[in-house]
Design a protein around this ligand. Structure first.
Ligand code: THU
Length: 141
C-alpha cells in the first residue's frame, strides 16, 4: 500500500521535477526530462537525463535522482515525480520502473508535462508481479 502524501508535498515534488529538467544534458534527443523523488526520511532529490555519445549509456532523470539519493544513504523511496516536455504525461520507462522497485515497490509515481494532463499512480501498478530483492531473499534496508 502506498502511503498518503500531502497535496502540498506532491506539488513541491512536481515543481522540483520541472525545475530539474533545466539541467538536462540531452544534446541527442533534445528531450529534457526532470525528476524529483521523496525518500523515507523526507528528503527530496532531483535528477535529469544525462545522455552520452555512446547512446546506450544515456541515463534517465529518474535513475539519476535515485542514484544520487542512494549514494547518500537513502534507501526508501516514497514518491517519484517526473516531468517530460510533452503535451500529455508519460510514465517512467521499464528500466526506471525496475530501479524504483528496488527501493520503493509501492512508491507513488506522478507524471506531469507541458499541458494540464497528469498521471498519478503507484509503482506496483506500473510494474505488477515485479522481480526484486524479495525474490533473492534480501531485505535491502
Ligand atoms: N527519459 C527520461 O529521462 N525519463 C523518462 O521517463 C523517459 C525517457 C530520457 C532518456 C533519454 O535521454 C531521453 O529521455 C529520450 O528517451
Amino acid at each position: 500500500m502506498s502511503d498518503t502524501l500531502a497535496p502540498a508535498t506532491l506539488r513541491r515534488l512536481e515543481r522540483a521535477a520541472r525545475t530539474a529538467a533545466k539541467g538536462s544534458y540531452s544534446p541527442y534527443s533534445k528531450f529534457r526530462v526532470g525528476a524529483a523523488i521523496l525518500t523515507g526520511s523526507g528528503k527530496m532529490f532531483t535528477g535529469t537525463n544525462v545522455e552520452n555519445a555512446s547512446y546506450g549509456l544515456c541515463n534517465c532523470a529518474e535513475r539519476t535522482a535515485i542514484f544520487a539519493a542512494v549514494a547518500t544513504g537513502e534507501r526508501v523511496l516514497r514518491a517519484v515525480a517526473v516531468y517530460t516536455p510533452t503535451k500529455t504525461a508519460t510514465t517512467p520507462c521499464g528500466a526506471c520502473r525496475q530501479v524504483i522497485n528496488e527501493f520503493g515497490p509501492t512508491a507513488r509515481v506522478i507524471s506531469v508535462c507541458d499541458g494540464p494532463d497528469r498521471i498519478e499512480t503507484t509503482l506496483d501498478q506500473l510494474l505488477p508481479a515485479a522481480f526484486g530483492p524479495k525474490n533473492l531473499r534480501v531485505r535491502p534496508r
